[in-house]
Design a protein around this ligand. Structure first.
Ligand code: ZN
Length: 133
């Protein structure tokens, strides 16, 4: 295994990163109005409730937008890589890598699925083209 640039974990985001260690992609859900939100934050932007729980995401989504970063070069990527903004079917969006696809073949609206990749120092959500779109 290798390492990746790890996120800064806060009390508000710890549940998200801990769930990934268990192989799960979870979404924060307001206990007041049931609205889902991502990235995690302490207060619901709809109803201002502070209480929340989580739901496990299906992992299914589609590419909402993407970029092909050129600089700076990261030691983890040998070639062009895809950073995608994925719209999950639950309605929230998440920034991640899109793997197992040639960058030239990525399109807006492409069906994708999440998987968790475990590195030495962090577990990260990753996406690949959906096999059973
Ligand atoms: Zn709410």
């Amino acid at each position: 295994m290798s390492e990746r640039l790890a996120p800064t974990t806060t009390p508000d985001t710890k549940f998200f990163w801990d769930a990934l260690k268990d192989g799960k992609l979870v979404i924060q859900r307001c206990a007041g109005c049931q609205a889902l939100r991502h990235p995690p934050r302490p207060m619901c932007p709809r109803c201002n409730a502070l209480a929340w729980d989580t739901v496990e995401a299906s992992g299914k989504g589609e590419v909402y937008s993407f970029v092909l970063p050129r600089h700076p070069r990261w030691p983890w990527f040998d070639e062009t890589y895809v950073v995608a903004l994925v719209q999950l079917e639950e309605g929230v969006r998440i920034v991640s890598n899109l793997n197992d696809v040639d960058a030239a073949d990525v399109t807006i609206g492409m069906p994708v699925e999440a998987y968790v990749e475990h590195f030495d120092n962090v577990s990260l959500p990753q996406f690949r083209p959906r096999r059973n779109a």
